[in-house]
Write a protein that binds this ligand. Structure first.
Ligand code: UD1
Length: 313
């Protein structure tokens, strides 16, 4: 794979998985842009010498423009995630997720990058009447985070149609897997649940636990990104990046208890503000246009992830 590949947020959970996939597929030049706010250099441990790690902030155009100039593909993963965090303190995520994304798009345009693949979010759908959620549905963001990610998507689309930047957006559905950081109250639910079960603690389930998510294994998301980077005629398009299935929060905790062979009832707390009730991706468009079919069942992904946390990570 010739050319230079840039991954913003490349020291993060999803970004570092994309970096690994790029190296596995033979990319010779991979630039990681990360300000290490939530990313960690240890996420790149064994591949640290194979990449060009640049500590830079997407909110600083002058820092990132020279790194993005002339790139074959830019995978834009840098963001401040979490629905809850964006409700408690909307300004930082607004600045990074909207203004930072604008900077990355502008750097891609001015630096004549070949393509940008944007990490969008399933939260943009909000509560839809029908499931699974299809790309043609009207977005109904319920939180600042959901709106910010949607604005990034629209911006990518406008940079494609107005400025001719090749841009593809992938709406990720609750990604989980090795290297997801369980240390913050804003962490993804499966990382929190896995930490809890390994420490033999009860987790807290917000609401009745019957809300559902399309949990998507990080390796599948990385594979989807590489396909989106290569597929012809996809500029300006949007694709779901999910697994296509739907698991309730209660079921997720039940599976972890079964895999660990223990019974440990969860505590229940009030529902979270801005929480979407059900989430499930229609993966037809990604299969049709990108040739992407998820490879990891929920149980397989959970087994692998649990093994990774158990190994002391
Ligand atoms: C949302 C997006 C997801 C995005 C993520 C980024 C949707 C459907 N998904 O995830 O695409 O990547 O933001 O942050 O909008 N929960 C508990 N106990 C806990 C933690 C969470 O019960 O300790 C529940 C939450 O209330 C929620 C579910 O688990 O119903 C998932 O929560 P979380 O992992 O935080 O992700 P979303 O907010 O769904």
């Amino acid at each position: 794979m010739d050319g230079r590949y840039v991954v913003t947020g490349g020291a993060g959970f999803i970004g570092s998985a994309i970096v690994r996939s790029l190296l596995r597929e033979g990319a010779r030049s991979v630039v990681v842009i990360d300000n290490l706010l939530s990313g960690r250099e240890s996420n790149l441990e064994e591949i640290r010498r194979s990449v060009d790690f640049e500590r830079a902030d997407i909110c600083e155009y002058e820092q990132i423009a020279p790194l993005i100039r002339g790139a074959a593909v830019v995978f834009h993963e840098a963001a401040i995630p979490s629905v809850t965090r964006s409700i408690e303190d909307p300004l930082p995520s607004h600045e990074v997720n909207i203004n930072g994304t604008f900077n990355v798009l502008r750097a891609a345009q001015e630096g004549k990058a070949g393509r940008i693949v944007y990490a969008a979010s399933s939260s943009a759908y909000g509560d839809t009447e029908a499931l699974p959620k299809v790309e043609t549905m009207t977005p109904r963001p319920k939180s600042p985070y959901a709106l910010q990610k949607l604005v990034g998507e629209y911006y990518a689309n406008v940079f494609s149609s107005v400025f001719g930047v090749e841009a593809v957006a992938l709406r990720y559905f609750n990604v989980y897997g090795p290297r997801q950081d369980p240390s913050s109250p804003y962490s993804g639910v499966l990382s929190l649940f896995m930490k809890a079960i390994l420490e033999r603690r009860s987790p807290t389930i917000f609401g009745d636990g019957e809300q559902s998510r399309d949990f998507t294994y990080v390796e599948d998301v990385a594979a989807l990104n590489l396909k989106a980077a290569r597929a012809p005629n996809v500029s300006g398009k949007l694709y779901n990046g999910g697994n296509g299935s739907r698991i309730t929060i209660n079921e997720a905790w039940a599976l972890l208890q079964r895999l660990e062979g223990i019974i440990l009832p969860a505590r229940y707390g009030p529902p979270r503000a801005g929480d979407v009730r059900h989430s499930q991706a229609d993966m037809t468009a990604a299969a049709r246009d990108l040739g992407h079919v998820p490879q990891f069942s929920f149980e397989e992904g959970v087994r692998r992830t649990l093994a990774w946390y158990r190994d002391g990570h």
